[in-house]
Design a protein around this ligand. Structure first.
Ligand SMILES: [Zn+2]
Length: 176
């Protein structure tokens, strides 16, 4: 969880850049949705959202923030030091990424892995934002695709040779 003051100062930056104001209730709701993002990636995500957002345009969403969080996890797996159980279903990440067609467009989603407990490291474990837990088979059963429809296979993003390259990917590889 980002520390409270870190969360608020990051959110104030977004408010200024995008010229939007959130009230206290909205702030609390937002915090509830991103409470599993630690301070360091949280700050990096705020910077990226500002780098990639036009001033005065739409405020990014909590979902935008979570997408960047999963991207950060994908390129920094060694930085998540909580005890993880080995799970081939989700590559031990606790999350499964999938795509669904809806009214002619394809949308990307994340759900928790139903075969292990690792999702507890990356999703809220209390409140309304507990993720749906699914297996790969269940995703396919609801018509979901496990392969990114318009990008290279996920594995190719994981091969990172240097810190510079990882930063480059984090900045240029905008999820979805
Ligand atoms: Zn799993």
């Amino acid at each position: 969880m980002p520390e409270r003051d870190v969360f608020y100062s990051g959110m104030r930056k977004l408010e200024k850049w995008f010229k939007k104001t959130l009230d206290d209730d909205q702030m609390e709701m937002w915090l509830d949705k991103v409470r599993n993002i630690p301070t360091e990636p949280f700050n990096k995500i705020i910077d990226e959202l500002i780098d990639q957002g036009r001033p005065n345009s739409f405020l990014p969403t909590p979902e935008d923030m979570r997408k960047k969080w999963f991207n950060w996890l994908a390129i920094n797996p060694e930085r998540v030091h909580k005890a993880k159980e080995f799970c081939p279903e989700c590559d031990s990440t606790g999350a499964l990424e999938y795509w669904l067609w809806k009214t002619g467009s394809i949308y990307g989603y994340h759900c928790g892995c139903a075969k292990c407990e690792n999702w507890r490291n990356v999703f809220p474990t209390q409140g309304k934002n507990i993720p749906k837990l699914m297996t790969r088979q269940e995703i396919i059963a609801i018509g979901g695709s496990l392969d990114d429809p318009d990008r290279q296979p996920r594995e190719s993003r994981r091969v990172v040779n240097s810190v510079e390259e990882a930063v480059d990917i984090a900045v240029n590889d905008i999820p979805f």
